[in-house]
Write a protein that binds this ligand. Structure first.
Ligand code: GRG
Length: 285
């Protein structure tokens, strides 16, 4: 049985090294832009989306590192969204991951552009540099499309708009599920599917992973809300504010059980994904 926290730590190091390398290899741009892009990406972060992409590739029989560019692309897209989410026109947050937010450190204009830079760079690193590399990147365009759908208007960006536009009264439990499945769940599910697609997964494997990913995304957001709530952010419209703490925990447990059940057809190959789902249910950070 794999020790999941050791596994997550080891994979996060692999991802961090790759992100550092990618971001250090950008040439001929203003130094302050690269600095802000690195700051927004490399200053903390659990790397869950990238790790899920690597682990999904392993669950369908490939080496995780064979899909590292796709895993890093998912992580760059996530970090772009965090920088933009913190901006004054969105949440106007001054702290993230225990440090000043990107705009608090570099100003609003550069932070906005650093986010844009990360989003676009995600697509650059996940596509082959030259036709010599096409063989290694065979399924990457399809994987990248999965990430684009997850992050774009049908997913994360659309969810953010709904979150902003629904009035407090409209944020009943059904709308809350809908907003979060787009805003947070879509990129988590998309990262899992993108890792598996890049690794050449078949239709049955993708069906299991899609169901796993949807439920894992829901667990992730409910637990995120519970952690915020326990930290005293009780004004926020969230699962515990709407359902209460106990019912929210129950919903997260139900979603985790569904996620784990969805992995059954993968047999032992799904064990690490199962462990990650259980770990994310119990996480404290
Ligand atoms: C403005 C065009 C445009 C796009 C941005 C702001 C935005 C659209 C979307 C916001 C999406 C968002 C920030 C959702 C919150 C998701 C969430 C729970 C983030 C925290 O994820 P963790 O815990 O973070 O994985 P770490 O720090 O570990 O990386």
């Amino acid at each position: 049985m794999t020790n999941i926290s050791a596994y997550l730590k080891e994979k996060a190091e692999v991802v961090n090294k790759a992100l550092e390398k990618y971001l250090s290899s950008i040439k001929s741009v203003p130094a302050n832009l690269i600095e802000a892009m690195k700051y927004g990406t490399l200053t903390g972060g659990k790397r869950i989306r990238a790790i899920l992409a690597l682990t999904a590739a392993e669950a369908v029989g490939k080496k995780g590192e064979s899909v590292l560019p796709i895993a890093c692309a998912a992580e760059l897209i996530h970090n772009f969204s965090l920088i933009h989410d913190d901006l004054p026109c969105m949440d106007n947050d001054l702290m993230r991951r225990g440090n000043p937010t990107c705009h608090a450190k570099y100003g609003e204009t550069l932070a906005l552009l650093a986010g844009d830079g990360l989003l676009i760079y995600a697509f650059e690193i996940a596509l082959p540099e030259s036709s010599n590399k096409l063989k290694d990147y065979l399924h990457f365009p399809q994987a990248l499309r999965e990430l684009a759908v997850a992050a774009g208007p049908e997913g994360m960006v659309g969810g953010q708009v709904l979150d902003i536009e629904f009035s407090e009264k409209e944020k009943n439990i059904n709308n809350l599920f809908h907003i979060h499945s787009m805003k947070t769940g879509a990129l988590i599910r998309g990262s899992i599917l993108a890792g598996a697609i890049a690794a050449g997964a078949n239709k049955n494997e993708l069906e299991c992973l899609s169901e796993y990913g949807s439920n894992l995304g829901l667990t992730f957001q409910i637990v995120d809300d519970i952690l915020d709530y326990k930290e005293g952010k009780k004004d926020k419209i969230s699962f515990p504010a709407t359902l209460g703490l106990d019912k929210s925990k129950q919903k997260a447990l139900e979603a985790t059980r569904k996620a784990v059940k969805a992995l059954e057809p993968l047999g032992e190959k799904g064990n690490i994904l199962k462990g990650i789902a259980e770990y994310l249910l119990e996480r404290e950070i």
